[in-house]
Design a protein around this ligand. Structure first.
Ligand SMILES: *Cc1c(COP(=O)(O)O)cnc(C)c1O
Length: 383
């Protein structure tokens, strides 16, 4: 049977989405306006946070978060090597030093005991913050991480670009959604087309901290305010003050309209991702090693990762059969830019071993049952 090529992830745009964008183009606002505000309110409600600040991509969301938390040349910040480079780059934008802590091989998430060891061994005040990543959609246990962070006075930026709609069950049995603002100071999401919902390009920061929220609003738009309550003086209707060095990271209305429309399908999308993951779990058990989550998390399945030996051959053979798997990720400390800063291959054995074997196989809401079975059959054939 002839199969169309199947990517590892894919966006989904409906007639309703197109209508929402169309209507926006005919409206009074194209740059940031009422739809951005509506999208922020709805996204904050979706994850259970008080505030949300929409920006033009996930990387801008990380950059603004680092700026709001005053990362500078003097800062040392801990993150995981198994992530997209942007999680670490945001520290470099502000001149800070990135310290990679190894992963837990069971989950591929930053290993919390290893982070604590790093903090114990350093003089007090060495580190300012930590950027955990809910890799593949597997939520980090933020309750445990917060305890460690509090002990050493660290802030947390949670990179939840893979995990809108993900959650973990805390020690009192309560469901804690990624980005709900209870544990992380700031949480960052991306709306790149490969993520759960898309705005074309886009990102958002959620928080329960009002002071950080106000700062993010300023930083998003040149550090300029026209709010009379915030200004030191007021010369008249035209008057504004630039109070800090900000950027133009605003999200256009066109993109926000797409986001509002896509958000309506967010839960249905996650349900379908979980259904596909369950089928892969059953069908591939004993064939390949998969990254089964613990019962105390609601995995968001941005990715479905399997571990195989002879990974390159498997990748190439799948490609020949029209299945475009992907590798997430090349460990960040081994990328040439980070190597040029002195980071050494061999320094993070769990992450490097994981990279040798990992393969992300197709998972996205519009993947059909037939395609899922084709992927399963083909993997059984080639491994
Ligand atoms: C996608 C992604 C980003 C960056 O988001 P963009 O919107 O592409 O800038 C950051 N971190 C992780 C983990 C991501 O997957």
């Amino acid at each position: 049977m002839e199969q169309k090529s199947i990517p590892y992830g894919r966006h989904h745009v409906t007639e309703e989405d197109i209508q929402a964008v169309h209507d926006t183009l005919l409206s009074d606002y194209l740059a940031q306006g009422p739809r951005v505000e509506e999208f922020e309110k709805k996204f904050a409600a979706y994850v259970g946070a008080k505030y949300a600040v929409a920006v033009m991509n996930g990387t801008a969301a990380l950059h603004l978060s680092a700026l709001a938390l005053e990362v500078s040349e003097k800062s040392k910040v801990i993150t995981t090597p198994i992530t997209f480079a942007a999680s670490a780059n945001c520290i470099r934008y502000c001149g800070g030093k990135v310290v990679f802590s190894d992963i837990d091989p069971q989950t591929a998430l930053i290993d919390i005991p290893a982070v604590e060891k790093l903090l114990q061994q350093a003089p007090a005040g060495t580190y300012q913050g930590i950027i955990p990543v809910d890799f593949a959609g597997y939520p980090v246990n933020m309750e445990q991480l917060r305890k460690v962070a509090d002990k050493y006075g660290l802030w947390i930026i949670e990179d939840a670009c893979h995990a809108p709609g993900g959650y973990f069950i805390d020690s009192s049995g309560e469901k804690q959604s990624c980005g709900n603002g209870k544990f992380a100071d700031l949480t960052v999401f991306s709306f790149h087309p490969v993520k759960h919902i898309t705005t074309g390009e886009g990102g958002i920061i959620t928080t329960n901290n009002e002071a950080l929220y106000r700062k993010l609003i300023l930083l998003r738009s040149h550090g300029i305010t026209k709010d009379p309550d915030l200004m030191s003086q007021n010369d008249g209707g035209w008057y504004y003050e630039m109070q800090m060095l900000g950027y133009n990271y605003r999200l256009p209305e066109i993109n926000a309209a797409l986001g509002i429309s896509q958000l309506k399908r967010a839960e249905a999308g996650i349900e379908r991702r979980r259904e596909i993951a369950k089928r892969y779990d059953e069908a591939l058990s004993g064939v390949v090693e998969s990254m089964k989550p613990s019962d105390s998390v609601g995995h968001a399945y941005h990715l479905y990762v399997i571990k195989v030996s002879g990974r390159k051959e498997v990748y190439d053979k799948l490609r020949e059969k029209g299945i475009f798997s992907q590798i997430h990720y090349i460990p960040v400390h081994t990328l040439p830019y980070y190597q040029s800063l002195g980071y050494k291959t061999g320094s993070l054995p769990h992450a490097e071993h994981y990279y040798e074997q990992c393969l992300s196989i197709p998972i996205y809401p519009t993947l059909t049952d037939e395609q899922v079975e084709y992927v399963i059959r083909t993997i059984k054939e080639v491994v």
